[in-house]
Design a protein around this ligand. Structure first.
Ligand code: 5GP
Ligand code: MG
Length: 174
């Protein structure tokens, strides 16, 4: 396992990310919508770093595998959005932008719920892996292509609790 972003670097990066978000929305009310589960640690830190009036929601996006692994549509459980997002400035918060397909699929589904705006914030973006014409609006760190764990990101339920980010070696993913 190789450390990719240290705890101190994470702390500084989150502060920078929060400052960018703060500047963009000014004091407009904002709804953070965390995409479970990988984003929950980032979400908790962002909540504490932002000063604007905040509403916080969570959604779970899961792949419908009935049409074959990785082939089916991305299904979101709307009932989790307890307050609703109609008329709100929504900021989708996700852990990592890899191919971008998760957010690419989520945005129109959130749009259908009638928000004022939808933007995206991710902790990490992998370099050169995007497969969709979408750029996240706010990015914590750009990283080389690797399988990343820690700070909420897991591998088979492990490593979520690491306070830093690490890249797994191939022999650690068996
Ligand atoms: P995308 O749809 O952008 O290809 O992938 C996004 C989702 O795949 C992320 O929200 C995350 O759940 C998962 N993912 C992609 N790359 C990684 C990685 O390096 N580590 C972990 N733990 N999850 C990843
Ligand atoms: Mg995810």
């Amino acid at each position: 396992m190789k450390t990719l972003v240290t705890e101190d670097q994470l702390h500084d990066g989150i502060r920078r990310l929060a400052a960018e978000i703060q500047e963009h929305y000014d004091s407009k009310p904002l709804t953070l919508v965390g995409v479970m589960m990988g984003s929950v640690v980032l979400l908790a830190d962002l909540i504490r770093a932002l000063e604007a009036p905040l509403r916080v929601e969570l959604l779970q996006a899961r792949r419908d595998h009935t049409k074959g692994l990785g082939q089916g549509p991305l299904v979101i459980d709307e009932d989790l959005l307890s307050f609703g997002v109609r008329g709100r400035n929504v900021l989708l918060v996700d852990d990592i932008f890899h191919t971008g397909r998760t957010l690419w699929n989520l945005i129109p589904q959130i749009d259908d719920l009638g928000p004022t705006s939808v933007r995206t914030a991710v902790l990490l973006q992998k370099e050169g892996k995007a497969e969709v014409a979408l750029k996240p609006d706010f990015v914590g760190f750009t990283i080389p292509d690797a399988f990343v764990v820690g700070y909420g990101l897991d591998y088979n339920d492990r490593y979520r609790n690491l306070p830093y980010l690490a890249a797994l070696e191939p022999d650690e993913m068996k």
